[in-house]
Ligand binder design. Structure first.
Ligand code: NAD
Ligand code: GLY
Length: 377
């Protein structure tokens, strides 16, 4: 007889869903469900090849690499693994090179498929390695953090950091498949769950106020990792992101709205030193700042600013910005000028307004400096 846990898992597995990224002949599915890692059918659509290379890190590999390797062995003659150091501070050239070292060491050919097993750091680096190894090999995202499942594994942005700027070197390169096994979130520390919630909350004010209301009503369940709440949040986030990426894959316009909170957030990450604040924490706090900026530009009222701030706080995220220097606002502005959205040294911010829609705007330095002074300790 099935135990309750088995029946529960089977029920959740049966509830698996697929969201499609529609990019013509480069379209691909995002599979979302519990226990997908071990289900043979998960991997049915993959291109055949002699080699598979699982790229993971020293935290995630001991937890899940063996199961992924076992699932892949029936499909590939050789399944290799490369284990990277863990952390945003390692998202740079030297770590990326470890992937190329492993691929060349094992004589991996151009039909080799790379599997990114981990959070956004592993996913961004593996995607960039796949984009450039032999000028492009297939890759699959197997995101194991909430943030990676709702954002970074989807849409084909790949890359690494530079000491002078976040994600400044990279490529647009789409995976063949994204596998969000929600069961892997069971080992995620609470701080990382909160970081993921930042990117989920983001989708509300920029695209779907009904989703924002749903998050407000279910924030406790999400923080407690209720499986049904997480499934809905991951699916709705992927649907919104899939829609945006389907309209504007290379961020010539619309896609930039997905960076709500990121211009301030990237300044926090670079200014504090990569890894000090988690990406999601910086984005959470950055959204508070971007909401204040939207209000000062007359696009939203203070009620929505307070609502967003309260929700971000309830998600376990910081809502006060860190002081980066004695001349704090100047330092933020200097860092934000290295943002990818900047044009001719002029910063472009994602602002909200009306609620549920976002746009790109320039803002006078004096207004931005006021927001920074108001939002930082
Ligand atoms: P991360 O990759 O550093 O993972 C967070 C931590 O959780 C790490 O220590 C990791 O080893 C650990 N971990 C991962 N899965 C685990 C699990 N199941 N159990 C226990 N521990 C686990 O951080 P992240 O928040 O996943 O991703 C942030 C990165 O993603 C940033 O570099 C950011 O720039 C990038 N990002 C990219 C995009 C994109 O579109 N490409 C979008 C958003 C963010
Ligand atoms: N995370 C922002 C984007 O994918 O465009």
């Amino acid at each position: 007889m099935q135990s309750f846990a088995q029946a529960y898992s089977a029920g959740l597995a049966a509830a698996s869903t697929t969201v499609t990224i529609d990019l013509g002949d480069r379209s691909y599915p995002i599979l979302i469900g519990h226990g997908l890692l071990d289900q043979g059918t998960t991997w049915d659509s993959l291109r055949p090849g002699a080699h598979a290379m699982v790229v993971s890190n020293e935290t995630v590999a001991p937890l899940y690499a063996e199961r992924l390797q076992a699932a892949l062995r029936p499909r590939y003659a050789k399944v290799h693994t490369v284990v990277l150091p863990d952390g945003e501070e390692h998202k740079h050239w030297a770590t990326l090179n470890l992937i190329f070292d492993a691929l060349l060491h094992h004589q991996c050919d151009r039909k080799t498929t790379l599997f990114a097993l981990g959070g956004g750091v592993v996913g961004d680096m593996t995607g960039f390695a796949a984009a450039s190894y032999m000028r492009g090999v297939p890759f699959v995202q197997v995101p194991t953090t909430l943030l990676a499942q709702v954002d970074s594994s989807v849409g084909g942005k790949t890359g690494i950091n530079h000491p002078l700027g976040k994600n400044m070197v990279g490529a647009f390169y789409q995976p063949d498949l994204v596998v969000c096994d929600l069961a892997t979130l069971g080992t995620l520390p609470a701080r990382e769950v909160s970081a993921g919630l930042a990117e989920i909350i983001k989708y509300g004010p920029i695209a779907d106020m009904a989703f924002l209301e749903w998050i407000e009503s279910n924030i406790g369940a999400l923080v407690d990792q209720d499986p049904a709440a997480l499934t809905h949040a991951v699916r709705r986030s992927c649907e919104i992101k899939a829609w945006v990426v389907g309209q504007d894959e290379r961020e010539s316009g619309l896609r930039a709205v997905l960076n709500f909170g990121h211009t301030f957030g990237h300044a926090i990450e670079a200014g504090m030193g990569y890894g000090e604040w988690l990406h999601g924490e910086a984005v959470g706090c950055g959204m508070v700042m971007a909401a204040h900026l939207s209000q000062r530009l007359g696009l939203i009222d203070e009620v929505l600013v307070a609502r967003l701030t309260r929700l971000i706080e309830r998600a376990g995220l910081p809502v006060r910005g860190p002081r980066l220097a004695a001349r704090n606002a100047e330092r933020y502005l200097e860092l934000m000028r290295v943002d990818k959205k900047a044009e001719a040294g002029e910063i472009r911010f994602v602002v909200v307004g009306p609620p549920g829609q976002a746009a790109m705007r320039h803002a006078p330095d004096s207004v931005v400096a006021d927001v920074i002074d108001h939002c930082c300790d």
